[in-house]
Write a protein that binds this ligand. Structure first.
Ligand code: FES
Ligand SMILES: [Fe+2]
Length: 329
């Protein structure tokens, strides 16, 4: 079993997260890369350590080159093009490639990568459909969490943790599980969460709680392993809250949220930032609890709504194949 599921596709960024000609760090499978995005929309990634003396390219800047841009090392200002060739100082000659570029697959606004490994499962297409059908509201909660990929995924597919981790935010009374549909690496979970009435102070803290119904009917759609979508439906708006996961290393897993939606009432437009804020608080609460666990504890108690976690464990241990999709209930 590979603890970082090599052969799976990971969504490194939505293009709105990239600033043109601004190098930024991105980690995958234990390697740190610098990625940059030129004014023509091309995205590139190279190992972040400079082959001269190891400075971080992500701390440097970008320079124009014919038809695109190079990344410039902040230490001695050597330039590297998207193929990883050094542009030799004082000439426009190039060295042979010294840095192997990270292979990126760009589909519209989405920048995916298999981390240079042979693809074993396909890229889910649902985000491309969302970008055609819905308004892109934004991204939020981009965090590197000190936890391994499996622990992160278990948390995201744990339908009982609303009662503890997110209790204060949503005032959930209980989780009423309805259905789990297992289609191998794709699944759906449906459950209701009746809430106590929000206090005035909660409303003042975040008016988006007013857009939450008295019973939150959760529909989660899961694409193992990189994506969980919360389909939110209320009289005010339809929200597609997409949670992404990236194995940065054995010990760190990145997560962030992309949000798409459709307003059913003018109020929804005013609440956009609040919807993003709500999702950010959710990510922070998850990151917080993941940092407060003894992850080597063997589980001796099982709750009734752990089917999502069973799904994660099964897919994890049989990756990339699915032994038998038998968890529907
Ligand atoms: S360390 Fe990068 S140019 Fe010297
Ligand atoms: Fe959570």
């Amino acid at each position: 079993m590979s603890s970082m599921l090599t052969g799976a596709p990971w969504l490194l960024a939505h293009k709105s997260m990239l600033r043109t000609n601004q190098p930024a760090k991105v980690s995958l499978y234990g390697t740190v890369y610098v990625k940059w995005h030129d004014e023509y929309g091309a995205v590139h990634a190279l190992p972040n350590a400079c082959p001269h003396m190891g400075a971080m390219h992500s701390e440097g800047w970008c320079a124009q080159s014919n038809g695109g841009s190079n990344v410039v090392c902040p230490f001695h200002a050597l330039q590297f093009d998207s193929e990883g060739c050094t542009v030799l100082p004082g000439s426009d000659k190039k060295s042979l490639p010294q840095l192997p570029p990270l292979e990126l697959i760009v589909q519209g606004d989405f920048v995916w990568s298999y981390g240079g490994h042979a693809p074993k499962i396909p890229i889910p297409q649902i985000l491309n459909e969302f970008s055609e059908q819905y308004e892109f509201i934004g991204f939020t909660g981009d965090r590197s969490v000190k936890t391994d990929l499996l622990t992160m995924l278990l948390n995201m597919h744990d339908y009982d943790h609303q009662n503890g981790t997110h209790r204060a935010l949503f005032e959930i009374q209980e989780v009423q599980f309805k259905q789990f549909a297992d289609h191998g690496h794709h699944s759906h979970a449906y459950y209701d969460m009746p809430r106590t009435k929000p206090q005035l102070r909660d409303i003042i803290n975040n008016p988006a709680v007013l857009a939450l119904p008295k019973i939150i009917s959760a529909h989660l759609e899961n694409f193992f392993p990189a994506l969980v979508i919360f389909h939110g439906e209320s009289p005010i708006a339809t929200i597609k809250q997409c949670h992404l996961f990236i194995p940065e290393s054995e010990t760190h897993t990145r997560t962030y949220v992309l949000m798409f939606g459709q307003a059913h009432s003018p109020i929804a437009h005013l609440l956009k930032q609040n919807f993003l804020k709500l999702a950010e608080v959710v990510v922070d609460q998850d990151a917080d609890i993941l940092g407060k666990m003894y992850s080597d504890t063997s589980q001796k108690i099982k709750l009734i709504n752990e089917v999502g976690m069973d799904w994660v464990r099964r897919n994890f241990s049989s990756f990339p194949s699915v032994v038998e999709p038998n968890l529907s209930k």
